[in-house]
Ligand binder design. Structure first.
Ligand code: ADP
Ligand code: MG
Length: 702
C-alpha cells in the first residue's frame, strides 16, 4: 500500500521539479514525509505587538505597529541606505534598508499602519531595525499575529533561489491538510495515555504551527519521547537478547597468580574505588553472562592495574586475555608497566604492534594458538584475522574513543563464545551519553585518585606573558623536573602550517633554553616511528628536559617527573583534549602546572573552555561542560559510536532527565515482555524493526 508520506516532494503544490531538486540537494527533503519531519529550529512569537516605548535591547525579534513620518536616503553606491522614521502613540524609531531600496521606497506610504517585524537595536537614544519584515497591518490578521511562527533553516543557495524560511512554512501549510488522517501512530495507546502524550499526528502538526508555547512544548515532548523510546528500546532489547542467548565464560577461581600479585607484587594499596571496580567486574565474570563493561576513570586513576588484575583472573581460570591500546607508544608502555608489575610471576606476556618483526610475529601467533601465551598486549594489530587465540576469555580495550564499533565487534569473534569485554576510557562520559551511545554497556567508575596526588594547578596566560611561561619552565627545570610544550594540530589540511607553529616555537624555546645545558626534543605525527621513539625515550629517561610536541602525546604517555604542561594556542583545543593533555602531568608527588597560552581575543566558547580548565580538575564536570558547549552530535561523532538512530528533536546535552525517564519506561516494558512477543506490543516491535532496517547496518556490541 502506498503512503502519501512517500510521495515525491515535487508533487506538493507550489514545489515542482526545479525547486524539488533544490530541496533534495540542500535540505535532504525528498518526500512529503521528509518535509513533515523537517522541524523548525525555533519559533518567533507573533502573538504580541510591542509599543516602541517598551523596546529593550534584550528582546528577541519583535513586532511593532507604526506609521511612517519621514523617509530619507543617505550615502551613495555601496553605502547607500534608506531610513524611515516611524511612530506609534508611545514614541518613534527608525527602519533601515541597505538593499532593495528602490523596491522598498515604492511600498512605503504615509497614513497607513504597518506591521514591522525584526530585531530592535539601540543607537544612542533611539531604536533601529534593519531590514524588517513589513506588512500592511490589519488588526484581525490571523496568519501573522495569531500564533508562533516557525523558522526553518535554509541555505544560501536556497535563499538566492527565493526559497526562504517563509517559503518552507508555506509548503508545510500546504502539506498538513494532505497528510491529515494518514499519519500512522508509532506508540501504543497505553503508552500514550499513561504518559499523557499527544498523538503523533497532533504532535507533528503542532510542532510546526502551535497556538502557544505550551502546546509547542507538549508537541516537542511527544516527539522527543518517541525518539528516545526507540533508541532505548533498540539498545536495551539487544542487551536482553544477548543476555538470553550468549553464554559468558565463568571465571570461578580466584587463583594463585591473582593472589600472589595482590599480596606480593602490588607496589601500593589499591584505592577503594579500584577495589570496588574489581569486585564489580569479578561479579560479571562469575555470572555466566557475557560482560560488556565500560570502565571510566580520570587520567591517572589507575585503570591499568585494574585491567591487569582482571586479566590475572582470566589466566588463573585457564583463559587468555588481551589488552588493546590505540597507539603503539601506549601499547609499549602497557607492556613495560605490566611486565614490571608482574615481576617473576609465571605469567607469559607478549607484545604485538605494527612494528613487531615478522619472525617474532610468527612465534607470537604460534604460542597464542597453542595457549602458551597468556596475556597479549598490542595495538589494533590484534584484530587481524591471523591473530588466533586458543581460548580468549577477556578483552580489555584502552582509551576506547579511538576504536570504532566494528573493530570492537571483531574481537568478539576470537572465541566461539564471545570473551568478556572491558572498555576503559579516561574521557569521562556524561551520564546521558552513557545511557544512549554506550547504552548497553554497564558502567563502572573509578572516582578516586591514588593518595598523595596534588591537583594540577592550571594557569591561563595570553601570548604577551610568554616570559612568565618561560620563567615557570626554568624554575621547574632547575628543580630537576621536565616540561611538555604542546602545539595544536587540528585538521589534516592545516598540517603544514601548524608544523610551522611548532617549528617556530621550538626555535624560540631553544633560544631561551640553549644546549648543552638544556636538551629539547621534538615529537610530531609526521616523524618516522623510530625517530619518534628515540625522542620519546630521551624524555622518558630524563635526558631531555623539554619535549615540544603536537597532540601525539595526548594519550597515555607516563613520565611522572614531568610537572609542567604548556599548551600553546590553547583556545584551539577542545575541552576533553585539554583535560587529557593536562593529565600527562601531576603523576608524581610534586606540584604540577598546566599553562594554557592563548591569544588575547577569544570567542565566548573558547573563553568558557579555558575558564573551565582553570576552575576544575574534575573530569566529569569538564565532560558536562564539553557536552553543553559542543552539543552531542559532535561528541558522538568523535567517539565513532553507534547511536541506533539519529535524533532530530531530542538533545543528549539537555534532555538528560527525559532520557533517564524513558529508559525506565522501556526497562519496565522489557521486564514484562523481553522479546516483545505479546500482541499488544506488536506495534512497537514492528516500528523498531522498521527503524533498524533504515540505519546503517553493523553488528556491534555497543
Ligand atoms: P590511567 O587510569 O590514566 O590509565 P594508570 O593506570 O596509568 O592510570 O596509573 C597512573 C599511575 O598511578 C601509575 O604510575 C600507577 O602505577 C599509579 N597507581 C595506580 N594505582 C595506584 C594506587 N592505588 N596507589 C598509588 N599509585 C597508583
Ligand atoms: Mg591509561
Amino acid at each position: 500500500m502506498s503512503n502519501v508520506l512517500d510521495n515525491d516532494i515535487m508533487y506538493l503544490p507550489g514545489v515542482g521539479p526545479k525547486r524539488s531538486e533544490l530541496l533534495k540537494k540542500e535540505l535532504g527533503i525528498f518526500t512529503f514525509g521528509d518535509l513533515l519531519y523537517f522541524f523548525p529550529y525555533r519559533h518567533i512569537d507573533r502573538t504580541k505587538i510591542y509599543k516602541i516605548a517598551e523596546l529593550t535591547e534584550e528582546l528577541p525579534y519583535v513586532q511593532v505597529v507604526g506609521r511612517i513620518i519621514n523617509i530619507s536616503e543617505a550615502g551613495a553606491g555601496r553605502n547607500r541606505r534608506l531610513k524611515a522614521i516611524i511612530t506609534d502613540s508611545t514614541g518613534t524609531m527608525e527602519m533601515v534598508w541597505f538593499k532593495g531600496i528602490n523596491w522598498v521606497i515604492k511600498r512605503l506610504k504615509p497614513n497607513i499602519d504597518y506591521l514591522f517585524f525584526g530585531k530592535a537595536s539601540r543607537f544612542g537614544s533611539t531604536f533601529s531595525m534593519a531590514h524588517p519584515e513589513m506588512d500592511i497591518y490589519s488588526p484581525n490578521q490571523e496568519m501573522l499575529t495569531g500564533m508562533l511562527q516557525p523558522v526553518y533553516s535554509t541555505t544560501e543557495k536556497l535563499k538566492s533561489n527565493h526559497i526562504t524560511s517563509k517559503t518552507i512554512m508555506g509548503y508545510v501549510k500546504a502539506l498538513l491538510p494532505i497528510v491529515k488522517g494518514k499519519i500512522q501512530e508509532t506508540l501504543t495507546l497505553p503508552i500514550i495515555e499513561k504518559h499523557k502524550l499527544m498523538t503523533l499526528q497532533e504532535a507533528l502538526f503542532n510542532v510546526h504551527f502551535p497556538q502557544n508555547p505550551l502546546i509547542l512544548r507538549k508537541a516537542q515532548y511527544r516527539i522527543k519521547f518517541e525518539e528516545l523510546f526507540y533508541t532505548q528500546l533498540s539498545i536495551l532489547s539487544r542487551q536482553k537478547v544477548r543476555q538470553v542467548r550468549v553464554n559468558g565464560h565463568v571465571f570461578k577461581h580466584v587463583g594463585v597468580n591473582f593472589n600472589r600479585f595482590y599480596y606480593e607484587k602490588l607496589p601500593f594499596p589499591l584505592t577503594n574505588a579500584q577495589k570496588r571496580v574489581i569486585k564489580e567486574i569479578r561479579n560479571d565474570m562469575i555470572s555466566g553472562k557475557q560482560m560488556n563493561r565500560l570502565l571510566q576513570g580520570d587520567v591517572g586513576s589507575g585503570k591499568t592495574v585494574v585491567a591487569l588484575m582482571c586479566m590475572l583472573l582470566a589466566v588463573d581460570n585457564g583463559y587468555q586475555a588481551c589488552i588493546m591500546a590505540p597507539t603503539e607508544i601506549l601499547a609499549n608502555q602497557h607492556f613495560e608497566s605490566i611486565t614490571n608489575l608482574l615481576g617473576d610471576l609465571p605469567v607469559t606476556v607478549g607484545l604485538l604492534t605494527g612494528s613487531t618483526k615478522k619472525s617474532e610475529r610468527n612465534t607470537l601467533h604460534k604460542s597464542l594458538e597453542a595457549g602458551e601465551l597468556q596475556i597479549l598486549i598490542g595495538t589494533h594489530a590484534l584484530i587481524e584475522d591471523v591473530v588466533r587465540f586458543k581460548n580468549l576469555g577477556l578483552v580489555v580495550i584502552d582509551e576506547q574513543q579511538r576504536f570504532g564499533v566494528a573493530q570492537r565487534a571483531k574481537l568478539w569473534e576470537k572465541n566461539d563464545d564471545p570473551p568478556h569485554v572491558l572498555v576503559m576510557t579516561a574521557t569521562p562520559i556524561p551520564r546521558t551519553l552513557a545511557m544512549t551511545v554506550y547504552g548497553d554497556l554497564d558502567v563502572s567508575i573509578i572516582d578516586e585518585l591514588p593518595p598523595g596526588r596534588k591537583p594540577v594547578k592550571t594557569i591561563h596566560y595570553t601570548d604577551a606573558k610568554r616570559n612568565l611561561v618561560f620563567g615557570l619552565m626554568r624554575e621547574q627545570i632547575e628543580k630537576g623536573r621536565q616540561v611538555y610544550v604542546v602545539y595544536p594540530l587540528i585538521k589534516e589540511s592545516e598540517k603544514l602550517e601548524n608544523l610551522k607553529d611548532l617549528e617556530d616555537g621550538y626555535e624560540s624555546i631553544v633560544r631561551a633554553f640553549p644546549p648543552p645545558k638544556y636538551v629539547t626534543v621534538v615529537v610530531h605525527g609526521q616523524m618516522k616511528a623510530e625517530d619518534k621513539d628515540y625522542a620519546m625515550n630521551l624524555f622518558a629517561q630524563g635526558k631531555a628536559q623539554i619535549m615540544v610536541a603536537t597532540t601525539v602525546i595526548e594519550v597515555g604517555v607516563n613520565v611522572p617527573n614531568a610537572t609542567v604542561m604548556v599548551i600553546e594556542s590553547a583556545e584551539r583545543f577542545g575541552l576533553s583534549q585539554l583535560h587529557q593533555l593536562r593529565g600527562r602531568v601531576g603523576r608524581g608527588a610534586d606540584e604540577s602546572y598546566c599553562v594554557l597560552v592563548s591569544q588575547v581575543k577569544l570567542t565566548k566558547e573558547s573563553r568558557k573552555r579555558l575558564e573551565t580548565m582553570v576552575s576544575t580538575n574534575d573530569g566529569f564536570q569538564i565532560a558536562e561542560v564539553d557536552l553543553q558547549l559542543r552539543g552531542p552530535g559532535d561528541i558522538t561523532g568523535t567517539l565513532q559510536s553507534g547511536m541506533p538512530f539519529d535524533l532530530k528533536m531530542a538533545n543528549l546535552a539537555t534532555d538528560g532527565q527525559l532520557i533517564q525517564h524513558v529508559r525506565g519506561v522501556v526497562n519496565d516494558l522489557l521486564d514484562s515482555d523481553p522479546l516483545l512477543e505479546q500482541p499488544q506490543n506488536s506495534l512497537l516491535k514492528n516500528q523498531l524493526n522498521k527503524l533498524e532496517i533504515h540505519r546503517t547496518d553493523y553488528t556491534g556490541i555497543s
